[in-house]
Design a protein around this ligand. Sequence first.
Ligand code: GH3
Ligand code: MG
Ligand code: MG
Length: 356
Amino acid sequence: MLPNGTIQTAQRVLVIENSHQDRMMLRHWLTAERIDMHEAADIITGLSACAKVHPNLILLQLRLPTYDGFEVIKRLKDDPRTLSIPVIFLASAATTSEKAKGIDMGAVDFVSKPLDPVELMARVQSALRTKAYLDLLEQRAHIDGLTELSNRHALKDRLPHLWDACLRKGSPLAAMIVDLDHFKRINDRYGHAAGDEVLRQAAAILRQTARESDFVARYGGEEFVVLAPHCDLDNALALAERIRSSIANLKIPFRTSKIELTGSVGVAMAFDPSQKTPVEFVDQADRALYRAKAAGRDTVWMWDPAKQAPVAAGISRFDAEVRELAATFAKSRSFAKSRVARPVEEQPLGADALAS
Ligand code: GH3
Ligand code: MG
Ligand code: MG
């Protein structure tokens, strides 16, 4: 959205058209309106261009040789990655039933040949505008308005994708749930607006502390989730500790004083064989968080797959066997029972632990 409230439409159009002459003509019209045109002459190059270019609109010739445009649109609508790309059919002498079939299959429009540049460009611009509005709505539905982090819906969408991607690559995946401590007291003492500012600053810390490739979401009121792909247990615990200490070091100016706060963190590693679904993995991080709260807050606890229970996470004291065990989960979901780790010493990780 531009500052004046208008939608900025992305201008990337893929033309799938076997007539060289028509492609040339379309290039002339589209580029005259500063539209970035990509072209393909058949279904194979069309679908592969689609995966590379991520067009905002496809102009599709109905009467392609070998496979017709209906086959192309079927494949586009069957694939979640291309499902939402609008398609305008182009055809000469299309029958009413062909037009109805095209619209039924998900096309947004049907333009008859010979093409009229004014009519075609009006339809192209209209389809691009609608697509931009839908993209914006989709984006907003996944963004938390206060912190601008991803929201719970986005987490629900992303979690299975990250889980599958890491599992496929034999790579670890860590989850962290961060909950601000006694946040209600902050609202009570400084007011709701100040509480909102604290949430924004905590969110900024999470965004800055996590890697670019990590997924950070606001889970609920004063709870956040970090999903860290390709992050082993050591790195996950180090990240959790950096988050905890950054929150504890925050001093947010409020009138003549400063608001200080702390946060508790629960950590779990994916692919523990007890996890039947990705949700159970996040639930283990939540259970670790619950224990961090009970243990006095401002601390990091993790889910121990050997004990099937939360344990306090002390990086320097952390049992090498547990680390090794967690690393094997990403490579294989078969649990080596013979390598069950000794329980980790229940020691808080916060400033107390580091000082001792
Ligand atoms: P604990 O350490 O056990 O987590 O205690 P807590 O006070 O942080 O947790 P509790 O669940 O009792 O309270 C959470 C508070 O967060 C209550 C709710 O009013 C506040 N909250 C939730 N969403 C928002 C928000 O968007 N803005 C503000 N300012 N407060 C919020
Ligand atoms: Mg809280
Ligand atoms: Mg909470």
